[in-house]
Design a protein around this ligand. Structure first.
Ligand SMILES: C[S@@+](CC[C@H](N)C(=O)[O-])C[C@H]1O[C@@H](n2cnc3c(N)ncnc32)[C@H](O)[C@@H]1O
Length: 267
């Protein structure tokens, strides 16, 4: 198969990939037939699941604006995904042009596309690294060049921790990130939950087992525990639609209720 020129060498286009499937859920074009078929299988299990991607993305945007309003000027967006509408640097730099953003993803398509769109932006960059090895992110020379860890940083972990199984100690990973931040820093997360639509989520989980990054939904309590040691901002751990919604933005479709979000501040 001849691949488009935005595909980095070595990318396997024969198995579905969560970064590319998410891109398709959001209406992007950095995906292949195998990803689109995967999305169709997920939607067959639970029509409207794709709403979760849109609700999550809207939460990300509101969160970044909220963090900028709180005075944050540095962002470390881990599991950032393939750039799409409403990227963190666009939102942050539109109201704070001095804001600096590092994108991190395990997926080479996400990183290559990020590098391409950021080539003229001296205050944003994209690197390939694995959240499960946070030290490689925190001590990455490009990260240390752009971000000043003696000042507050917002670490964004949006729709990525559910790809870190318990065996990889997600709480320990978040704690390691938290411990590298100064007081007044933030960690924002969104996470798939299983408290509603248990059976469908279990079926969808089995589909994600066929990707390189199987998924693990968590309960609100388990999500809250990931933010241990942080002060959770109001309104707490909630379905993302209910986290500081803009007027007229709430959505009661089943997909929208699948993602929990929260923001923690380091005291
Ligand atoms: C559902 S997308 C979320 C994208 C973006 N954060 C958002 O909320 O719009 C999840 C992303 O996490 C990435 N990812 C999964 N496991 C990862 C890991 N261990 N380290 C870094 N990125 C990872 C995937 O490649 C994908 O791009």
């Amino acid at each position: 198969m001849e691949l488009p020129n935005w595909v980095p060498d070595g990318v396997d286009v024969t198995v579905p990939n969560v970064a590319r499937a998410y891109d398709y859920f959001l209406g992007g074009y950095h995906n292949f037939a195998v990803d689109r078929e995967f999305v169709a299988r997920v939607e067959a299990v639970m029509p409207g699941f794709g709403r979760a991607a849109h609700a999550n993305r809207a939460f990300l945007g509101r969160c970044v604006r909220w963090l900028v309003d709180a005075g944050v000027r540095q962002f470390l967006d881990i599991g950032s995904g393939i750039p799409t509408l409403g990227n963190v640097h666009e939102i942050a730099q539109s109201s704070a042009p001095d804001a600096r953003v590092v994108y991190v993803d395990i997926d080479p398509v996400a990183v290559a596309h990020g590098q391409a769109i950021l080539s003229n932006n001296p205050r944003a960059l994209s690197i390939e690294a694995d959240l499960r090895r946070p030290a490689e992110i925190l001590y990455h020379p490009q990260v240390l060049d752009l971000l000043d860890f003696s000042q507050p940083v917002a670490v964004l972990l949006m729709a990525v921790l559910h790809f870190v199984p318990d065996d990889d100690d997600p709480a320990g990973i978040v704690a390691q990130l938290r411990d590298s931040l100064v007081s007044g820093s933030y960690i924002a997360i969104s996470h798939v939950t299983e408290s509603t639509h248990k059976q469908e989520i279990e079926e969808i989980r089995r589909l994600y087992d066929h990707t390189p990054t199987p998924g693990q939904p968590r309960t609100p309590k388990q999500v809250e525990a990931l933010l241990d040691g942080l002060e959770i901002a109001e309104p707490g751990v909630v379905e993302v639609e209910h986290w500081h919604p803009y007027p007229g933005e709430t959505d009661d479709s089943p997909g929208a209720a699948l993602i929990l979000g929260a923001v923690g501040r380091k005291p």
